[in-house]
Design a protein around this ligand. Structure first.
Ligand SMILES: *Cc1c(COP(=O)(O)O)cnc(C)c1O
Length: 389
């Protein structure tokens, strides 16, 4: 019998990155010196104290058995401490915090826990693609929430058509934002919470980049808004903030009933993250204000500034991000994002990703992940300057 993938697999939006991966592999195969600004995966190492804690925890044989699916009591308590110290938010470790195998896992599973087939899900455009794919897997209907460049890539809730807002069961937001690098102030989260309340929908905020910022003020949590727990949950991750993408650890915090439903999905899908990784993650979150993170921010910030300045000279519209390690640049006149990606790959062996991969509104943009050492950034800049635009 010939294999046919399920309808939900066929319903996924086309994955633009596959073709770019193929071209990148071909360039490397041909012996070209490719510089990869593609996927956002930190090149800097996990802080040493986290690695040491993992080694110690892994040597403790009590960590070798099935972990607690919702997170060990020590993990949930450690997270509650972090949320109180960093944001002044108080959470009950028993029910208001749920361990995740990376925040992507929780984001992808959430729609299965909170929506019914046919329900509408508001997700930003441009955005991290998992909001859309998780919605499709749960049989939901993806409704675009346009991000407005004139408003600093924030959506205008007053412009969401009433029937779209009323009919929606869930809304995703993400600040600091991938791919645009934009941040949202607490007042924006106040409006978002009010919108969720008014329309009786769940607000799921993705805070994966909250410790990777360049301004003086660290980005806020949606849970700082009074009463947010009634209508919201928030996703956090050790991945980007602590250079721990390979470790697969994050958490969800907020509304207790939502987290209980998500925990039920997870109990039937996975059995939680290795207890030793949970223990090491607590060590990381405990040290959110450590010297290593300050150094990382400086390093990523320097790379972003160098590339954004060079792109602006060439004719892109590119600003430095307020947060995240992405440079989001509008293509020069005469190009769309895909044309820039192809030109850079073909003529300079530079890999970046087309904005269209994040939604239709990203069509004229490209995203560079600045997870490449400074001297390689400078080589890339020199190659781009030599091209004819
Ligand atoms: C990287 C990323 C995540 C997922 O990170 P995990 O490694 O799964 O914790 C979530 N949201 C956004 C916007 C991201 O860019």
């Amino acid at each position: 019998m010939p294999f046919r993938p399920s309808q939900r697999i066929n319903a996924l939006p086309p994955y633009l990155f596959v073709e770019i991966d193929r071209k990148k592999a071909a360039a490397i195969e041909a012996g070209r010196d490719a510089i990869n600004f593609g996927i956002g995966d930190p090149d800097l190492p996990t802080p040493g104290f986290v690695v040491e804690r993992l080694a110690r925890a892994a040597a403790d044989t009590s960590t070798h058995r099935y972990p607690s699916g919702v997170g060990s009591p020590a993990f949930r308590k450690g997270v509650a401490n972090f949320m109180r110290r960093r944001y002044g938010v108080s959470l009950d470790p028993n029910g208001e915090i749920l361990a995740l195998i990376g925040s992507k896992e929780g984001i992808g599973h959430l729609p299965l826990a909170v929506i019914n087939p046919g329900d509408r899900v508001l997700a930003p455009d441009p955005a991290y693609p998992v909001y859309h794919s998780g919605t499709i897997f749960a049989g939901g209907q993806h409704v675009v929430l346009p991000l407005d460049p004139e408003r600093g890539w924030l959506p205008d809730f007053d412009k969401v058509p009433t029937e779209a807002a009323r009919g929606a069961a869930l809304m995703f937001l993400n600040y600091p934002n991938n791919p645009t690098g934009a941040c949202a102030p607490l007042e924006f989260f106040e409006r978002a919470v009010a919108f969720a309340r008014r329309n009786d929908l769940l607000l799921a905020h993705d805070a994966a980049y909250n410790e990777m910022y360049y301004g003086a003020e660290p980005p806020p949590s949606v849970l700082q808004v009074p009463g947010a727990k009634d209508v919201a949950i928030e996703f956090h991750s050790a991945s980007k903030s602590f250079n721990m993408t390979g470790w697969r650890i994050g958490f969800a915090a907020g509304n207790r009933d939502v987290l209980a439903a998500l925990a039920k999905i997870k109990a039937n899908m996975d059995s939680g993250q290795f207890a030793a990784v949970q223990e090491a993650a607590v060590a990381a979150f405990d040290q959110y204000d450590c010297e290593e993170l300050r150094r990382n921010r400086k390093t990523y910030g320097r790379r972003c500034r160098a590339l954004a300045a060079a792109l602006s000279e060439i004719g892109f519209a590119a600003g430095e991000p307020q947060a995240t390690f992405y440079v989001w640049a509008k293509a020069p006149a005469g190009y769309d994002g895909m044309a820039v990606v192809n030109k850079l790959l073909d003529e300079a062996a530079i890999v970046c990703v087309p904005g269209a991969g994040f939604g239709a509104r990203g069509r004229d943009f490209v995203r560079f992940a600045m997870t490449v050492p400074q001297e390689r950034v400078e080589t890339a800049v020199a190659r781009m300057r030599d091209l004819e635009w």
